[in-house]
Design a protein around this ligand. Structure first.
Ligand code: PLP
Length: 373
């Protein structure tokens, strides 16, 4: 539609409007000019792995040796390495819903079975111990946590992380902790990793992180894992047979990004936009929305629109509402079904504020045209 000249407001973006840090660009150009363009170690060059380990020490107070770092082509690739390395056919991975769309698909690709834990909106998408325990079987291999979360933006409390850590210890499970939005955690405590809970949690957790969200470097394809030495070695071997190292130039860019100060304004900019979106959405009929503490998404419940009429059309699902919003009001939002939450939709606020204002105006205009029974 944009190519055809429509003024579409795209609230479906999964990347922040943060530019690649200048230091990263400079390092990448230097790498090219120096001819740093050959194979490297499969898990990434030593100075980069050392800087990643240093960041974990500074940000989380956790001590990893550089050999416990595996740098991959994005957080997505890191996750795939984990599932391929950990899972035997039929092994189960508990995934809280709403979930990032690739988790269940990757578990299946690796021969495993995704087991969905339905997090409740009224619990702010947190963990209910009894319901989580009820999903455990003899085939459970791992529990995945993603905080701050895509798509909900929810952040787990220390208490919820402690619950997962205790269950993992009792049942000898791995914990896969996707912390790719750690730089966009607005909660009072700041970012907390489950690996910080105790020594046992540290040893059984595989942290996934990368440069895509915190540094706005989605196109460079840079992610990493922090894990036990044995698992890191297995993932390095696996990656060595599949993709080998991440692009040498991108690795140098990653070093540049880690050596520069993070954009201090980004967080306050995102908090301002989140609050604007929440305020705007909560004033629209049929919309219910909790307050997310991180990432750059709001995940409203749109059940209140179901069965309303729009001219001759009946809004019988959130997908239909999303389609009409795009077709007639030129606002693109993502229906929640793909995230395991069919009554919700994901709206990204990683775009300029004047566009967010216009988006809210258009969503209001759509709802003004609905007839509620
Ligand atoms: N994990 C989550 C929760 C994400 O939202 C994303 C990207 O959208 C990723 C992992 C993958 O990030 P990358 O672009 O680094 O592969």
């Amino acid at each position: 539609m944009i190519r055809d000249g429509f003024d579409v407001i795209n609230l479906s973006v999964g990347e922040p409007d943060i530019a690649t840090p200048a230091a990263a660009v400079k390092e990448a150009i230097a790498a090219i000019n120096e001819g740093f363009t050959k194979y490297t170690e499969a898990a990434g060059i030593e100075p980069l792995r050392k800087m990643v380990a240093d960041r974990a020490r500074t940000v989380l107070g956790l001590h990893y040796h550089p050999s416990q770092v595996v740098v991959s082509n994005g957080g997505k690739h890191s996750l795939f390495n984990i599932f391929m390395t950990l899972l035997d056919p039929g092994d189960e991975v508990i995934i809280p819903a709403p979930y990032w769309v690739s988790y269940p698909e990757q578990v299946k690709l690796a021969g495993g079975l995704p087991v969905i834990y339905d997090a409740r909106e009224e619990d702010n998408f947190g963990i209910d111990e009894a319901r989580l325990r009820s999903l455990l079987t003899s085939r459970t291999k791992a529990i995945l946590v993603n905080s701050p979360s895509n798509p909900t933006g929810a952040v787990y409390s220390r208490q919820h992380l402690a619950t997962v850590a205790r269950i993992a210890q009792e049942h000898d499970l791995y914990v896969i902790s996707d912390e790719i939005y750690d730089g966009l955690n607005f909660s009072r405590d700041g970012h907390v990793s489950i690996a910080q809970y105790d020594q046992d949690a540290f040893e059984r957790t595989i942290i996934v992180n990368g440069w895509s969200k915190t540094y706005g470097m989605t196109g460079w394809r840079l992610g990493y894992t922090l894990s036990s030495p044995a698992l890191a070695n297995a993932m390095k071997e696996f990656q060595g047979h599949v993709t080998s190292n991440v692009c040498s130039i991108a690795q140098r860019a990653a070093i540049g990004a880690l050596s520069a100060a993070v954009d201090a304004d980004a967080k306050s900019r995102f908090i301002r936009r989140r609050d604007f979106m929440l305020n705007g959405l909560r004033n629209i009929k049929g919309v219910r929305c909790g307050t997310p503490d991180g990432a750059f998404y709001v995940f409203p419940n749109l059940q209140g629109w179901i069965n309303a009429r729009y001219g001759n059309e009946v809004i019988d699902s959130v997908e239909v509402a999303c389609e009409i919003l795009l077709r007639d009001f030129h606002v693109s939002i993502v229906p929640g079904r793909g995230f395991g939450a069919p009554n919700n939709a994901r709206l990204s606020y990683a775009i300029a504020e004047d566009r967010l204002h216009e988006a809210i105006r258009r969503i209001q205009a759509f709802v003004d045209k609905l007839t509620f029974s």
